[in-house]
Structure formats: C-alpha cells, structure tokens
Design a protein. Structure first.
Lengths: 178, 178, 178, 178
C-alpha cells in the first residue's frame, strides 16, 4: 500500500505542476470549438482552470480518457460530519465529478451536458487515516440526448468506500444549434 | 423575496451567535445518553460543535424538529464546477445533511444511524446570484433498522433547485448492546 | 379500514366498467393532437386501451389530474418472490406507472416522455392479506426537457409500503418538430 | 446473434426441464439450514419452487454463482405500457431478481436479506422484436448488515437496455438468533 500511496502522490504532484494556478488571470481561449475530451485536456495543460470546488474540497482530476475519468482526493477533518467521519457530501462531490467528466469526455464539439441525478451508495466510513482516495468514473451508456455512468471510490489498498450511478442530459451548446 | 432573504439572514445570525465557535476547546459532555433530537439541540445550544463540513462549504443547521431538519447555505464561486454553476456535490452535501438529520432527530438515546445511499435530482442550475438557499429534510419512514427521508433545496422565492431521497441504517450505539 | 376497502373496490368497478375491454378492436382515433391529460382521459373513457401490463399484474389507473396520477393494484401470490411476499418488481411497476403518468398529465399536445430512471424504496413487506393498495404519483418539477415526480404505495389503512422518485425525458412527438 | 439466441433458448429449455412445475405439491424440505447459494441451487434442482412472479412475467433464473445471478426473460405485448414498448416495471422486476439473488448467493446459512431500494436506468426501448434478454446481477459490496449489487439487461447482440443498483439489508433468519 505504501507503494501505491507514493505513486498516487507523485502523480498528483505532476498534475498540480501543470494545472492553472488559482490566482492566474482568466483564460482568453474559447471552449466552443472543443470536444469534451479537448476541454478536459485543456484543464490538464493549464490552459483552462480546474473546478473551484476541487480547491475547496481537496480533490483534483488525475486522468481522463474517452469514457473514463479519475479524480483523487485527500480526506481531512475539514470534510467531517458530526460523527467524526467524512461527510457523505464529500463522497458525492468526488463521484459526481468523476461520472460527469466520464460522460463529458465522450461529447463532440458543440455538445454540453448537465447532471440530472446521481445516486451514491456509501459502503464504508472514511477518515483521514486514509491519506488519499480515488474516484473513478466510467460511461455505461451514451445516446444522442442522454448519458449514464458509474463510479467508485477506492483507497490505496483497493478497499471500496462508495459507488454511484448518474444520468446526464446531453444538449447542443453551440448558439446556432438552439 | 427581499423580505425572505432578510428573514433568513437574521435567523442565520441568531443561530451563529449560539453555535460553538470553530476554535473552541472540545466539549467534555458525552452524547451517549442523548436522543438524536437532544444531540441536535446540543449543537444549537453551543454545547457540541457543528459539522466541520458546514464551515468548509458555507452552510449550517437552522432548525430541527422531530422528523424535520432545515439547513441553510450560501452559494459561492468557491462551490462552482467548470461550467460556472454550483457543483452537484454542494447540492448533495446540503441535502445529505438535511435528510440525515431528519432521520437522526427521530432516534432514541442509544441509537445511531449511517447513510446507506442518497439519490439527488438537480432540476435547475444555481449561482451566487441567489444569496441563500434552504435544504429541508423530512422523514418518510422509520423502522427499527431502517429510516428513509426526502429533501428539497429551495431559494428565497420558493424556486426548487434539487431534491433527494435517502436510505439510512439504524443501529444500537450503546456498547453493551452490540 | 373496511370502509376504505369498500370505497376503493367500488371506484375500481366504476373504472373497469368504462375501460376498453382487452379484446376490443384497436381504436381508430389518433393521439397526435391530444395533450397528456387528454390521452389519459381517453383511457378512462374507453376510447384508448389501458396498458397491457395492468392486466398482467392486476392493477389499473383510478384517477388522473394535472400533475397527479393514482393507480390501484391487488396483491396476489402470482406476484410473490421466493420469500413469499410481493416481488419488488410489482412495487416498481405500480410506482413507475403512477409517477410516469403524473409527468405525462402535464404535457401539451405534441410532447411525449420516456422514463430515464426510477428509484424505489421498499419499506414494508406486502402480501395478499392486504386486498388492495394504491400508488399515488405527484410531479415535483417539470421543465422543457425534463420532468421529475415522486410516488408512494399505501394500503387502505394508510400504511406506507414503498416510495419512489423518477426522472423523465420530455421531447417533441410531432413529426415535423424532430 | 442467431447463434446466441439459439444458445439462450437451449439453456432455458434445460433449466425449465429441471425446475419444479407450477402445479407441484409444496416441498417438504426446510431452507433454514441452507446457505443462500444452496437455496438457489435447490430451485435449479427442482427441490424448491421458482418465484411465482417469474411465471407471471415470463422470466426465469438461468445461472447463479457466488456473487453473480443471471435471469432470462421473454419480452411480450403482455408487458407493454401504453406507448407500445416494454413497461419500465418489467425491466425493474428482472433487475431486482438478478441483483437480489446476487446478494443472496453470498449469504451463509442463517442469514436472509431484504431489498431496501433499487434504482433502475432505462437506456433503450424494448419490444418483442427482441426474443430474449438477460439480466445479470453482480455483487458490489457485502458487509455484515448491508449488501449492494449492480445489474444490466442486455439483448442477444450485446445491446444494453437497462441497468440498476440495489441496497439490501442482511439479517439473521434463524429464530434463536433474533
């Protein structure tokens, strides 16, 4: 497990080094002509800012491929519920990011998506005794108007903490198409 | 709507004035002999700290009655996804708090609960153009081992932003009972 | 409770007397120019056949209003799982009918819908010791492209057996609009 | 695809030849000392009746292994909704059977389960133009008190029609244990 943690931390440092810093000036590029995968690659290349919610809740994207998205998060007492374990909302946030990006990664230029619903199962409590977890989202189905995806949060030892499925609405984002 | 916002802000100030401050020493009281409602009332009385996640994501409990819990949150760019609207995880966090506390409020002393799953529908995007929203959770069913609840996030004008249902496992928390 | 059962059975007989019989010739009318509510009223008027699944699983529509739909079903050993209680799928079928029709009842002529997902909570086992149950569906949100609804199955004594929420996709059904 | 259909029909005939016929006398064996897998094997061996709901809705179990259950169903106009496609409740019934049995197959003697909730995504309409479909359920997590599983309905050509996740409560079924 130590080996996995070291690898995950190394990958996180490599991603952080390329991400657009929080205080950077707003990007001047336009996303309109990019596919979903190109938008996500622009985030990894530092050309587009990562989601603000990631700074707020200590998680970031680690890897995106067509139909797949992996986020990594650092459990902390700042994320606790009154029972002294990580709040269900933290699980939901990482999973929503992972499954939503998995759907996004399949969209052509001119398409956008919005999350209609997400269902999250929490199967094991989590504390900061686990230094890092990963949320991996995978597309289950994509159609013209609807995409579905599933996701899991696992620890460095492969333990499952939560899993989710989502339904996303896909629509045309280009002005002339509406 | 201005009137509602003023009232919600006033109620929030009143609650904050009583809540245990973030830096306060850990409480010495024990929760073991308290019912769920008494635990929640101890938070409102400043005898027990509110959830850390509330500070992190700008929300707090406003009101708890048997079978009902209301939380209030302040949408902010810190909660945004890359599309420039509030992240689905923020909705999920407020709703998870509201429906979980609604179930908690029905439990006798010696009982505890954990969230097995929550499903969240997002029906409208939210930005910080809406200064405050409320998440109201209500119990649907409680049995000996399982409780279910539903919740809604609404704005000061009554607009619905998201809704949820949850399934909670109820178990005996007292040491001798296990 | 006897009073309620008698009333529910009387209402069922009144509905059955008007429904199009299973062996009737296919209707010649077209649904294209009808609103959702008018389609549902055509079923109650015997101008359009009720769903075949209702005959197969012993349930039928009892009442539809804008945003509301009530179905009534008769639990039977034919619906049992191996544990000797009503199969979860029977609950899901009645609830899917109720919440889907609730959304349908809000649609103008030229619009149609399809169910994207439904989540069903089962909170109490059911056997044919309960002669009749009702599934009541209510719209929670309707937009241009998406509708959500919630539903509950209750017995004649008001006991809750199951509850559900659904997400429906709304689309234009008229040929020229596609 | 013809080859797959022939194989699925052949497997169905083989299972039907061993299943306890609908009119057979009630079995005299007791299930109390059997593990979940042994109960499911008793159904395949004709020692215990299959679920009545399977006869009512034209589906049956095809294969069960630890953590996995496969059901096969035959879409028919008897399962249609008013739109002329298979009712969402038919999908839910097959998926509930598959995911529930997947959890059941992992339980030791003296344990039983009940379905707390199931969420079903329907991603493609189905008619009797598809002669057979399969619902495959797989366990995601099992603990002492809770099990979760996921399932998919696919056609003979591998097309996905629906998918689901479930949460089950596990409890001791032996009288002295309660």
């Amino acid at each position: 497990m130590e080996h996995v943690i070291a690898e995950w931390e190394s990958q996180e440092r490599a991603v952080r080094a390329r991400l657009r810093p929080a205080g950077a000036p707003p990007p001047t590029m336009s996303l309109a002509a990019l596919s979903g995968l190109q938008v996500l690659e622009a985030i990894f290349a530092g050309d587009w800012p990562p989601p603000a919610m990631g700074d707020t809740l200590d998680f970031l994207p680690i890897r995106v491929e067509p139909g797949l998205a992996v986020f990594q998060g650092r459990p902390s007492p700042r994320h606790y519920n009154p029972m002294g374990t990580v709040h269900g909302g933290w699980f939901a946030t990482l999973l929503d990011s992972a499954v939503g990006c998995a759907v996004h990664s399949t969209l052509p230029a001119g398409s956008a998506y919005t999350t209609l619903e997400i269902k999250v199962n929490i199967v094991r409590p989590l504390t900061d005794a686990v230094p890092l977890v990963r949320a991996e989202g995978k597309v289950v189905h994509t159609g013209r108007q609807v995409g579905t995806a599933e996701g899991r949060i696992v620890g460095p030892d492969g333990k499952l903490y939560a899993h989710a499925t989502t339904t996303c609405l896909i629509f045309e984002s280009s002005p002339r198409a509406r």
